[in-house]
Design a protein around this ligand. Structure first.
Ligand code: ADP
Ligand code: MG
Length: 389
């Protein structure tokens, strides 16, 4: 039995522009001890998915629609009374966020905050909790934990604060850790260290992890499997090795090419034209079609289901049924380079992070917005209307 099973999750928000279908029929499972990556651009519904799992969606304006299911060890979380749900949050599923300052209280020493969690959730006494807090700080790689335990959050670096957050999350010995962009605010070297820490903790404790990120490079570093989200839906899912070797969905291919690499010109990074549309106005049929180089009539007229692309590998794209279309477009514009880095190299993301760590290099600048989208459907009047809908 999977540790966590999310089925047909729909989380909508009432907004002034209408109903935002932020998460719209998402299904995936997490096995015990597994690190599952959820990847997608900003606005694709990753955070709303994780907040839904913990039932932390503000209602209103949000609501999880009937028909959605979130089972943890077989138990339906969406049916639990709030009091039991609080126990799940304290003991079974822990979450860490991108910016630790928003979750750490600035007026208390970090050790007190960890100790407090231990006293509430584990029922430890004061002295015992402090000892355990020091032990946890050591375990997440903080030097001199006996001194650092009395430091205030602002006295620590960003990487240290993220370690404190992880220590706090670990204090309840969770079976599942949800880490939402835990390294996005950190520089490349620290990011690599935090990812290494997460993997090491998984290896040591056997906890499962959902790692949310917009960077497939991060996924390559630590994840076993990956779910690619776009516009509130899962568009591709598979083993990380499979996704890097044989990405099927044009969106996944774009994300792969967007992995920052050293020694490449910035223009090469901006490969997915346009931006994620508003969740109150998803494009009709395939939600990615206005940005897709492969799109044709079918994509505007019918929503693609998740196709089986191989063992444990799915893709929500009509190209699975029409490989001739993929060949046609590839021959026109040059095939997708399947080994994204130079041939024979290790996974591009790994190579990048290693090199960056070795050179102590700063992350490359943000890619400039693309000049113009390839618009294979631009002559189709239905397209623009659909987008506005
Ligand atoms: P991601 O984490 O992938 O960047 P999110 O899950 O945060 O994306 O957001 C998905 C969409 O849901 C966004 O368009 C966002 O504006 C919308 N959304 C999230 N929270 C709220 C809210 N409280 N009210 C209205 N819309 C929201
Ligand atoms: Mg987010």
């Amino acid at each position: 039995m999977p540790l966590l099973e999310v089925t047909e999750l729909r989380t909508y928000f009432e907004t002034e522009e209408g109903v935002a279908r932020a998460v719209d029929g998402v299904s995936f499972a997490v096995e015990p001890g597994e690190i599952l990556g959820i990847v997608g651009e900003s606005g694709s519904g990753k955070s709303v998915t994780s907040l839904s799992i913990l039932r932390l969606i503000p209602e209103p304006p949000g609501r999880i629609l009937p028909g959605s299911s979130i089972r943890f060890r077989g138990e339906e979380l969406l049916a639990l009374p709030e009091e039991r749900m609080r126990r799940v949050r304290g003991n079974d599923i822990a979450m860490i966020f991108q910016e630790p300052m928003t979750s750490l209280n600035p007026v208390y020493p970090v050790g007190d905050q960890i100790a407090e969690a231990l006293r509430v959730h584990r029922g430890l006494g004061k002295r015992e909790a402090r000892g355990r807090a020091i032990e946890l700080l050591r375990r997440v790689g903080i030097a001199d934990p006996e001194e650092r335990v009395d430091a205030y959050p602002h006295q620590l670096s960003g990487g240290m604060r993220q370690r404190v957050m992880i220590a706090m999350a670990l204090s309840c010995e969770p079976d599942l850790l949800i880490a939402d962009e835990p390294t996005t605010a950190l520089d490349v070297t620290i990011q690599a260290q935090i990812l290494e820490l997460i993997r090491e903790l998984r290896d040591r404790t056997g906890m499962a992890v959902i790692l949310i990120t917009h960077d497939l490079g991060v996924v390559a570093e630590v994840c076993d499997r990956v779910v690619v989200m776009y516009a509130g839906e899962v568009v591709e899912e598979g083993e990380v090795a499979t996704i890097f070797r044989d990405p099927r969905h044009p969106y996944t291919r774009g994300l792969l090419q967007a992995i920052p690499r050293l020694g490449r010109r910035v223009e090469r990074l901006a490969v997915i034209p346009g931006t994620v549309p508003s969740p109150t106005a998803w494009p009709a049929a395939c939600r990615f079609h206005p940005r897709c180089a492969y799109g044709w009539d079918l994509c505007v007229n019918a929503a693609p289901p998740l196709f089986e692309a191989g063992p444990g590998h799915t893709s929500r794209c009509w190209l699975e049924e029409h490989p001739e279309r993929r060949r046609e477009v590839d021959s026109e514009r040059g095939a997708f380079p399947t080994t994204v880095g130079a041939a024979g190299e290790m996974a591009p993301a790994e190579a990048y992070h290693r090199r960056a760590a070795a050179e102590g290099a700063a992350p490359p600048p943000e890619p400039a917005p693309p000049k113009a989208a390839p618009r294979p459907l631009a002559n189709d009047p239905a397209t623009e209307e659909d987008v506005e809908r």
